[in-house]
Design a protein around this ligand. Structure first.
Ligand code: UDH
Ligand code: NGS
Length: 344
């Protein structure tokens, strides 16, 4: 009768082992759950990252998913046309509140100048990338105007101010690439809008989305009497689906000083057989805030010659050759500040 004794002992050991295992599983699940409940979750930041992990972060994913369901997933999709649009809007290009009072007016913003509707699930996940240096007055006007504008469009958006450290010559195009690179580390944006700080849209039916082809947004600017100064103009504000921006290898990095970088970008679009869309002139209207040209952004004398050879560089000069030093990335109340050093 040795057999039943052995098997009883064996069964007891097995039972104990199973008990410890179950305790371990529940303990870890409880701990993971606690960790996630303690802070706000974002779909892109948290769930995507968790989904990339393996083993037992499955527990994290389940907890995250159950929380999302309570927040984002059960919300209805936002209507195709936002009910909050006003059409033509007044553009204030004079008053300059302090950043503090502006921030106080926007308690709805998440740190870093992020926002998404709370009553519906946005259809659009957009990063607004702004090249910047020493234009505080413009920046205040921009933020004052843009946050309410983008919110009326029910976008899930973030504003990234990409600030070039002194004293190298200004490089608008490279700042756009840096903005793209840094914003894409923060979230999985499907749409990038590259936006001069001195352009303020006058009509909120000018939706900041990225359609199936790149879009030139700043079609009719007051400075040019609301006319397109040449048919292939691609400066000011442009919108790209992420895959298209990657496809064209972003902007060129070699245009220091004013001019030409937008024409180079346009050539990249054409080269990849993409077309450029535009909203009607009656809607895509902008006010350009007045300013003089900065010394470190003097016209680039080589720009015309450089444009002649653009095509030779498309595959080697752009996102895949981007080099910079990130001096700081700060999630400020109204925007994410990306402070970068560019070598010339
Ligand atoms: N920018 C800065 N700081 C600078 C230079 C440029 O923030 O020192 C940014 C800003 O976002 C600006 C964008 O780069 O909107 C484009 O630069 P820009 O405004 O100088 O170029 P734009 O073609 O205007 O819009 C040039 C007009 C020069 C004024 C001529 C005066 N009659
Ligand atoms: C073109 C420039 C573009 C510039 C556009 C509008 O001539 O970079 O004017 O400039 N191209 C070249 O110089 C080759 S604006 O009047 O808005 O400052 O964007």
């Amino acid at each position: 009768m040795a057999c039943p004794t052995v098997s009883r002992r064996f069964l007891f050991k097995l039972g104990a082992l199973l008990f410890i295992l179950v305790l371990y599983v529940f303990g870890a699940a409880f701990y993971s759950g606690l960790r996630l409940w303690q802070r706000p979750l974002t779909f892109d930041g948290d769930v995507r990252r968790l989904l990339n992990r393996s083993t037992w972060d499955v527990v994290d994913v389940l907890v995250a998913a159950s929380r999302l369901e309570k927040t984002t997933l059960t919300l209805p999709a936002c209507p195709i046309i936002s009910p909050h649009l006003k059409g033509p809007v007044q553009v204030d290009n004079v008053s300059t509140p302090s950043f503090e009072s502006l921030a106080a007016q926007h308690p709805e913003l998440e740190a870093g100048g992020l926002w998404r509707p709370t009553d519906c699930r946005s259809r659009l996940h957009v990063a607004i990338i702004v090249p910047y240096r020493q234009r505080e007055h413009h920046l205040k006007l921009f933020l004052t105007h843009m946050h309410p504008f983008l919110q009326r469009q029910q976008l899930d958006y973030g504003i990234y101010i990409v600030d070039q450290a002194l004293p190298t010559r200004f490089n608008r195009a490279m700042l756009m690439n840096i903005g793209y690179a840094e914003a894409s580390k923060q979230a999985n944006y499907s749409c990038y809008i590259f936006h001069d700080v001195d352009l303020l849209p006058e009509d909120d039916r000018n939706i900041y989305s990225c359609p199936d082809q790149p879009r030139h947004m700043s079609v009719a600017v007051d400075k040019f009497k609301y006319r397109l100064i040449y048919s292939t103009l691609f400066g000011g504000v442009t919108a790209f689906k992420t895959e298209h921006f990657k496809l064209i290898n972003g902007f060129s990095n070699i245009f220091f000083g004013w001019g030409g970088e937008d024409d180079d970008l346009r050539q990249r679009v054409d080269h990849h057989h993409l077309s450029v869309l535009r909203y009607p002139m009656t809607i895509a209207r902008y006010v350009m805030v007045k300013h003089t040209r900065e010394k470190l952004n003097a016209a680039n004398r080589q720009r015309v010659e450089m444009l002649r050879h653009s095509k030779e560089r498309f595959d080697t000069d752009g996102l895949n050759s981007l080099q910079y030093d990130l001096l700081k990335l700060e999630k400020r109340p109204l925007y994410t500040w990306v402070y970068a050093w560019i070598h010339e």
